[in-house]
Design a protein around this ligand. Sequence first.
Ligand code: AMP
Length: 413
Amino acid sequence: MIYQKLKGTVDWLPPQSQKWRLFQQKICNHFEKSGFSFIETPYLEKTALFARGTGEASEVVQKQMYSFLDKNEESITLRPEATPSIVRSYIENKIYGNKGVEKYYYFGPMFRYERPQRGRQRQFFQYGVEIIGTQDAKSDAETIAAFSYLYQSLHIDNQLRLNSIGCFQCRPPYLEKLKKYLIQNKSSLCEECKVRVEKNPLRSFDCKKEPCQKTLEKAPFILHDLCESCKTHFLEVQNYLKYLGITYDILPKLVRGLDYYTKTAFEFASTKLGAQDALSGGGRYDELIKVLGGPETSAVGCAGGFERLLLVVEEEAPKREGVFMASLGEEAEKEGLKIVTELRNEGIRCLLSYDHKSLKSQMRQADSAYVKFVCILGENELRSRKVMVKDMEKSTQEEVSLADLKGYLDQHV
Ligand code: AMP
């Protein structure tokens, strides 16, 4: 019996897994530098958290969640997104008591039962940020800027699409208007959108089907029905973005698939991605914390798909790194293992070979491991307490005494 991975999941193997790690580090460093602190919440939560937090009527809750009854007959869900978990944690740990603004970033796996295709998986990784505790339009701009600068630093061409989807004051009357329009045009909508009219009319804007898209072009847009407070907020966000030199397109039909968003909604897209072109998406969610049982607290956040980012980043030339210890003979192998252990303890990445291989075979292994240096330790070197250090980039070599090896490598690695 040969086991195969589940549909929509991926194995990352070396050397591609190096790229995975490298970009994970780059993203995390970027968010750290931008003043966000790392947060890690469980991958399993009670189903009710997402039903409430993501929204009963949302596509994610209706169709995509990996939910099951545990041995205690409790309904558990593998998280489809991180925001409800982070808000749950914020409330449960009474972080609101600090009365400050919390800035978090996260990086981890999400699970959604979707039809797999390029850039769409059932287990995928998201990188994201949340700023909790302020309504200030500066925090919307800061969130957008964190992603914009991330893409800039990784040389990823992108388009920022921006909209405001109003608040719980101006949205309900607008939704009535939209519903009326959709009911009038029901015959030209797909079966799914016909259901959405009642349950979640805003989501019809997300429908990819041609007749629905066409019908919705003439639909009323929330952007034209914003209350004064939402209008002012949206203008402030735009002014900050202009000030930061971040270009954007206003897309009145941009809505977010998840229920709890208010005011600013945005999306970064890439032309290199094809059908699934969204690099990341986010927005303001001033109601979610209250909905989940916390005090009235405003927040804004954004999440991006990591595998999609890896699809569009330029391949960087792999860098030679670390040291390979090639030892010949029983004594040298023992000493080689000791030196490798010491160098590793000093923070130098070190590899070695097994099964008493020939020098030629060890050199081949070192080359495919893409190390910068090979240290050759034979009986002669052992007697004189020296190693031959070969620079794999420059194809030069020199003898270095064992006592000086660490210093030499530190200088050259
Ligand atoms: P969302 O949480 O739905 O707002 O999605 C935020 C971002 O996560 C999207 O813009 C995508 O880049 C990524 N994403 C969402 N769903 C998937 C998926 N099934 N596979 C890969 N990436 C995804």
